[in-house]
Design a protein around this ligand. Structure first.
Ligand SMILES: Nc1ncnc2c1ncn2[C@@H]1O[C@H](COP(=O)(O)OP(=O)(O)OP(=O)(O)O)[C@@H](O)[C@H]1O
Ligand SMILES: [Mg+2]
Length: 267
């Protein structure tokens, strides 16, 4: 057991992939803490190990060294209490939007009746502005709408932890900003501990309580900052002096991180 009260804690996590050319060190003594109900955003150069970090938290990968704890319990295997959403939402075309959203409730054990499940799914779809689309097929929705449905699916079973790996990356700028606001209202209503991986610094500042910049590979926490926005926030808050100052510092930190990236890839 970890002595801490954190919802998610990584302690000195070091991990290398075994490849045919030998070990590829990806994470180096990475420590990270997230309190229950908080929102953490992680940025870092391409290929530095961000998706690897999400797999470690979800228990899909066990670190070579160090520990990952979810609410004080060491993670040793995949966890159904972790919800995940990715850049390209995989929705099943032969199911309606509501049936797609309810999928985790068919997999994760629960005592909900059919009516309760449907009520939960409809409540979430309505929260993201998709009321009236419950019985449509995924192909009848726009990319932004599909991503909203995918967000509903990732939280329908009330996971303790939500992991978002660049969920808004494939969307146009305006749709993305809509999704930020929807994500923030979900976060306020559902009180889920959320870890967001992104390349978008404004997205970090708008959504997060804690922002972590990872160094180049092998990645460690190079810079950690608190998000400056009040809980009751609007997109205009991104232009306040505090937000502008933090954006400039994050940009500087990313440049430092890219300098350490041995492939010299851009973030
Ligand atoms: N299963 C694997 N086996 C071997 N190497 C891997 C494996 N998965 C990832 N890698 C390598 O580990 C490094 C980190 O990968 P990861 O996907 O975690 O990076 P990332 O920060 O998410 O990148 P991006 O920003 O492009 O999404 C990369 O060099 C990648 O090629
Ligand atoms: Mg990735």
């Amino acid at each position: 057991m970890s002595s801490s009260e954190f919802q998610i804690e990584l302690s000195q996590v070091t991990h290398a992939y075994k490849t045919k050319d030998g070990p590829l060190p990806v994470l180096d003594a990475l420590s990270l803490q997230m309190d229950k109900g908080t929102f953490t955003a992680v940025v870092g150069p391409s290929g530095c190990g961000k998706s690897t970090l999400t797999r470690l938290i979800a228990g899909l990968l066990i670190p070579d060294e160090g520990e990952v704890y979810l609410h004080g319990e060491k993670v040793k295997s995949p966890r159904s209490t972790v919800g995940m959403a990715f850049q390209n939402p995989v929705l099943l075309e032969w199911r309606t939007i509501l049936e797609n959203v309810l999928l985790p409730l068919e997999i994760v054990p629960n005592k909900l009746t059919k009516a309760e499940k449907e009520a939960r799914g409809c409540e979430l779809l309505s929260m993201v502005g998709l009321q009236g689309f419950e019985n449509k097929k995924p192909s009848e929705l726009s990319g932004g709408m599909r991503q909203r449905a995918s967000l509903c699916r990732s939280i329908v079973h009330r996971p303790e932890v939500l992991i978002l790996d660049e969920p808004f990356g494939a969307l146009d700028a305006f749709t993305r900003e809509d999704l930020w606001q929807i994500m923030h209202s979900i976060r306020v209503k559902e009180n889920i501990t959320t870890l967001l991986i992104t390349h978008d610094l404004r997205e970090c500042v708008f959504l997060a309580d804690q922002i972590v910049v990872l160094s180049g590979r092998p990645a460690t926490a190079q810079y950690v900052a608190d998000g400056p926005l009040p809980m009751d926030r609007t997109l205009e808050d991104l232009y306040t002096p505090e937000a502008t100052k933090l954006l400039a510092e994050l940009r500087r930190q990313i440049q430092i991180a890219q300098g350490r990236n041995d492939e010299g890839e851009a973030a």
